[in-house]
Write a protein that binds this ligand. Structure first.
Ligand SMILES: [Zn+2]
Length: 350
């Protein structure tokens, strides 16, 4: 069962209404919409079911989103952390700045006791600030995501909401990013900091490539220094490829990475890999998943195999629904995705 097309269009219009007509004293509502969308990918399903999300789970996503934004903005003169609130800095940004003093690398910080405390305080801020205000526009409430109970530690997304976030994830996150960027640019306390030539989108939302270097040793060993895609030896510097492309779902979870040639990676670009590669990736994680997990734990690299599987199911389902193309290899081009992906992913799901 899926929601009607009328419902889906209304849903997108409501999202747009929130972004256009809502009051934004801070960027929390953008983060909240983003966090809800991410949860729908990671724990939701493609039917009409409700989905329950705890404020702690939302807090974890807030921290992921704001962490990389809480560094000094790269500018020669007035360098500071960008303001995410009118007037004083946003409380969550202040909390993350404190946390960064414990360890500036989020994946390592997550293993500290202080991470639990940060989750609690961010979760409290979410309850006080954006959670019960998100659906308020102008002078009315558009209650279409969850009931405005205005209390408790969970929200329950109404039937159809998770379906729409999964189906329109790319469009919705683009809308949220654009609105977020416009907010940052307009905030008067940011204007001295913002130069003319800096790509704000990249600063706010793109992962820092250098982090991925830490994944190389274990992947090199697991793949015997061969390219995941063409199976030939990698001479020179290898590249860490997001198997489910970052452009489709921006998360750095260990089991999503494979090692490849620069050319193979560049050629694959933002496409999904064909069913043969999907099968190889699933088998890699069935056979070496535990070994990879323990390496990731040792190195304090973020990983969660079941989430990686959920994300891959979502990505292939979307591609299939849209009759999308998948990449079949360097200089081989693309083909239409067949139905084989469902049985391949089924083999690791249970
Ligand atoms: Zn290759």
């Amino acid at each position: 069962m899926q929601p009607s097309y009328e419902y889906q269009i209304q849903f997108l219009q409501n999202i747009q209404r929130i972004l256009k007509e809502g009051v934004f004293v801070s960027t929390y509502k953008f983060a909240l919409l983003h966090a809800i969308a991410d949860h729908c990918i990671e724990t939701g399903s493609d039917n009409n079911e409700e989905l329950t999300i705890t404020t702690k789970a939302l807090a974890a996503k807030f921290i992921d989103l704001y962490w990389m934004q809480t560094v000094k903005f790269p500018n020669e003169s007035d360098s500071d952390v960008l303001y995410q609130n009118n007037g004083n800095q946003a409380a969550i940004i202040n909390q993350i700045q404190q946390a960064r003093k414990v360890n500036s690398k989020l994946s390592i910080f997550k293993s500290h006791q202080e991470y639990r405390q940060l989750l609690t305080s961010v979760s409290n801020t979410i309850k006080q600030m954006p959670l019960w205000k998100l659906q308020v526009v102008s002078d009315s409430t558009v209650e279409f995501l969850y009931l405005q109970t205005a209390k408790g530690n969970v929200i329950t997304l109404m039937p159809g909401v998770s379906y729409c976030f999964r189906k329109f994830y790319g469009q919705i996150t683009d809308m949220v990013h654009s609105a977020w960027i416009r907010w940052i640019q307009k905030a008067t306390n940011n204007q001295a900091m913002l130069g003319q030539n800096i790509n704000l989108e990249s600063f706010l939302f793109e992962s820092k490539r250098s982090n991925l270097q830490l994944f190389i040793p274990v992947l090199k060993e697991e793949q015997h220094n061969n390219c995941f895609y063409c199976d030939r030896q990698i001479r020179g510097a290898p590249e860490v490829d997001h198997f489910i492309p970052w452009a489709r779902y921006a998360v750095d979870l260990g089991h999503n990475f494979v090692l490849s040639h620069k050319n193979c990676n560049g050629d694959k670009s933002d496409y999904l890999a064909s069913e043969n590669f999907l099968d190889k990736w699933v088998k890699r994680n069935l056979v070496s998943g535990d070994m990879l997990s323990s390496y990731f734990d040792d190195q304090k690299l973020t990983h969660d195999l079941s989430t990686s599987i959920s994300v891959s199911k979502w990505a292939y389902k979307q591609c299939s629904d849209n009759y999308g193309l998948v990449w079949i290899g360097h200089q081989k081009g693309f083909t239409k995705l067949s139905n084989k992906w469902t049985s391949i992913l089924q083999s690791i799901a249970d």
